[in-house]
Design a binder for this molecule. Structure first.
Ligand SMILES: *Cc1c(COP(=O)(O)O)cnc(C)c1O
Length: 360
């Protein structure tokens, strides 16, 4: 068996020990005589899996007790509608910082339900930076301010959070979930799909401060009402059981490696190898301003579309797959989530160096 280095933005690589554990437990989960994929979501085995998963989230992310952890479906994209339905219920206004496609999609969706306002945007430079904001930029009457913390497509991250005063801050953290420590108390809600950093697709985790719940609009579909999901311990209907189980295995893997401080150290080391090379290369260039670079998604270009294509093709043949950039930016993008080993990045850089020499 040979495994490739998968640089996909998502669904993405999973840690080999996690895959092995899932494989070993596939036919008989801990003496139950069945797979988690076959199990009732009301069974005592599954109850323990979902409770353990929640406890691990709380422990690893240091989630305060007054926050709910919900295991939902529909992906981050479904929350783009659920968030305004649940929270745009006071002034009916919300502020958005537009840092890329995902923030824009959330913004368009919110516009259907109330007065969504663009506070700042980095669209002028293809979202290659994080726009600076001041407290005065935000509407103090807004029901919330919305950001996409790590911008998967463009490779930027908010290293500093906007100061929104007392206005609740909501963040899409799909592509930086559990990649480094995050102070949850600064947010009213963070959420993301599992398929970038936490497990297979099908699971969305929402972490919500309790005082925000219970004010959803009457028209909110039951399945999108966070209060109902919270009251039912994410078991109002059948949850994505197997994805929750795989996510739990991922959380155990992170805990074994030393938690989020250790994850951050590992991720910084990996990102440095790649960024240092990009900064020294004559052929490859990073597209993001250095101060806003993401640890997870690293877009880069040669400046020549044909050469980009040639590189992606050669890399794929050498076992470095999914390096093609998002269709809206072109070029290349290496997503180096938690599960990507340092060795994968080192080998990619060695390959890029050789490619540069051979194509100079
Ligand atoms: C991938 C991604 C999404 C979309 O997630 P789905 O689960 O496919 O809806 C949204 N936001 C960010 C930041 C992402 O990386």
């Amino acid at each position: 068996m040979s495994r490739v280095y998968n640089f996909s933005a998502g669904p993405s690589m999973l840690p080999v020990p996690v895959l092995k554990k899932a494989a070993a437990e596939m036919l008989d989960y801990q003496g139950s005589g069945q797979s988690v994929a076959e199990m009732s979501h009301r069974s005592k085995e599954f109850e323990k899996i979902i409770q353990d998963a929640e406890a691990l989230f709380r422990e690893l992310m240091n989630i305060p007790d007054n926050y709910k952890v919900l295991f939902l479906q529909g992906g981050a994209s479904t929350q783009f509608a659920a968030i305004p339905l649940n929270f745009m219920n006071g002034s009916g206004k919300a502020d958005f910082i537009l840092t890329g496609q995902w923030a824009k999609k959330a913004f368009s969706e919110a516009k259907k339900y109330g007065k969504a306002r663009e506070v700042a945007s980095s669209a002028d430079k293809t979202f290659s930076y994080i726009p600076k904001t001041k407290k005065e930029d935000f509407d103090s009457e807004a029901d919330y301010t919305y950001i996409c913390l790590n911008n998967t497509i463009y490779g930027t991250i908010f290293h500093e959070l906007p100061d929104t005063g007392d206005v609740p801050l909501i963040a899409d953290i799909s592509s930086c979930f559990l990649s480094e420590p995050l102070d949850i108390s600064k947010f009213a809600m963070v959420y993301g799909g599992a398929q970038k950093n936490l497990g297979p697709a099908g699971l969305t985790i929402c972490i919500i401060r309790e005082d925000l719940l219970g004010k959803a609009r009457d028209i909110t579909p039951t399945m999108l009402d966070y209060q109902i999901m919270a009251e039912n311990g994410s078991l109002y209907n059948t949850p994505p059981c197997y994805a929750i189980y795989m996510c739990k295995l991922n959380l155990e893997w992170i805990k074994e490696l030393g938690g989020l401080e250790a994850m951050k150290e590992k991720n910084e080391k990996k990102a440095k190898v790649l960024y240092d090379f990009l900064d020294s290369s004559k052929m490859f260039k990073g597209t993001v301003v250095p101060e806003d670079r993401s640890l997870m998604n690293v877009p880069f270009v040669t400046g020549d579309d044909e050469l980009d294509k040639k590189f992606v093709k050669a890399a794929t043949e050498a076992g470095f797959v999914n390096l093609k950039g998002h269709r809206s930016v072109g070029g290349m993008r290496a997503s180096i989530y938690n599960a990507m080993p340092l060795e994968g990045v080192e080998k990619l850089v060695a390959f890029m160096k050789a490619f540069e020499e051979n194509n100079a």
